[in-house]
Design a protein around this ligand. Structure first.
Ligand SMILES: Nc1ncnc2c1ncn2[C@@H]1O[C@H](COP(=O)(O)OP(=O)(O)OP(=O)(O)O)[C@@H](O)[C@H]1O
Length: 225
C-alpha cells in the first residue's frame, strides 16, 4: 500500500522561553486506506502532530512527506496547493460560516484547492449527499444540530476529493449517539478509499480505528491490539 503521509524523525520545539519540545523524534507512516486514531493527555503533542501532518506547520528537525513529496522542498504556494489537493480537515468546533448557507459553506471550502469553478457545485452537492445533508442545502448552520453541522463540515472537507482526512476531536462537541453517527460516516468514507487520522479523547472513537498511536510527552508509540 502506498504511504499517504509520513513523519521521519520529526522533532518540533517551540523556542519559548521556556522551550517546549512538543514532538520528539516522531516516526509515522500512514498508508492508503489506514484509519488511525491519535490519543494522549492534554498537552502531549497531538495537535502539533496534526499540524505537521497537515502541512500547516513545519518540523524543527526531520521531515514530513505527503504523497512521497518532502514538504521542506516546496515553497509556500506549492505547500498550499499540495495541502488543498491532498488533505481535508475537520475540527471540533465545525468552523462553518454562520451567515452562509450549507451549500455556500461547502462551495467556499473549494475556493483554494484547485477544483475547477465549473465542477464545484456538482461536487458540493455530491458530498452533501454523501453525508446525508442534501435536504438542508439552503439552511444556515445556526439552524442545524451539532451532528448536522459536523456532517456539513465533513462534506466541505471531502468535496475536493482529498486522499487524507485529518480530524481534531471531531466528536468533542457531540453527544454519544451523534458521535456514533459521525463515526459511521467516517467508516463509510474509509470504505470509499479515504485515509483517516483522527485525534480523540473518546475511547469509543479510538476503538473504531484500526491503528491507535498514543502520544505521551511528545513521544509516539503504536498501541498493540
Ligand atoms: N505555538 C506554540 N508555542 C509554544 N508552545 C506551544 C505552541 N503550540 C503548542 N505548544 C506546546 O506544545 C505542547 C503540545 O501541545 P499540543 O497542542 O500539541 O497538545 P495536545 O496533545 O493537542 O493537547 P490538547 O489535547 O489539550 O489539545 C504543549 O506543551 C503546548 O503548550
Amino acid at each position: 500500500m502506498s504511504v499517504v503521509v509520513e513523519l521521519r524523525s520529526v522533532t518540533r520545539s517551540f523556542p519559548g522561553p521556556p522551550e517546549v519540545v512538543a514532538l520528539r523524534d516522531a516516526h509515522l507512516a500512514v498508508r492508503a486506506g489506514d484509519y488511525v486514531s491519535i490519543v494522549g493527555p492534554s498537552g502531549s503533542g497531538k495537535s502539533t502532530m496534526l499540524g505537521i501532518l497537515g502541512l500547516l506547520d513545519r518540523p524543527t528537525v526531520g521531515a514530513c512527506l505527503v504523497d512521497g513529496v518532502d514538504a521542506a522542498t516546496l515553497d509556500d504556494d506549492e505547500r498550499a496547493a499540495l495541502r488543498g489537493r491532498a488533505i481535508g480537515f475537520v475540527f471540533q468546533a465545525f468552523h462553518l460560516l454562520p451567515a452562509r448557507t450549507v451549500l455556500d459553506n461547502v462551495l467556499l471550502g473549494m475556493l483554494y484547492n484547485g477544483v475547477p469553478r465549473g465542477e464545484r457545485e456538482d461536487r458540493a452537492l455530491a458530498s452533501l449527499d454523501r453525508v446525508g445533508m442534501s435536504h438542508r442545502v439552503d439552511a444556515l448552520p445556526t439552524t442545524l444540530s451539532g451532528g448536522e453541522r459536523q456532517r456539513v463540515a465533513i462534506a466541505r472537507a471531502i468535496a475536493s476529493a482529498p486522499r487524507l482526512l485529518l480530524a481534531d476531536e471531531p466528536t468533542g462537541n457531540l453527544d454519544e449517539r451523534t458521535s456514533g453517527e459521525v463515526m459511521d460516516l467516517f467508516e463509510r468514507l474509509r470504505s470509499d478509499g479515504l485515509t483517516l487520522v483522527v485525534i480523540t479523547h473518546d475511547r469509543a472513537v479510538s476503538d473504531r480505528a484500526d491503528r491507535t498511536i498514543r502520544i505521551a510527552d511528545g513521544r509516539l508509540a503504536e498501541v498493540e491490539r
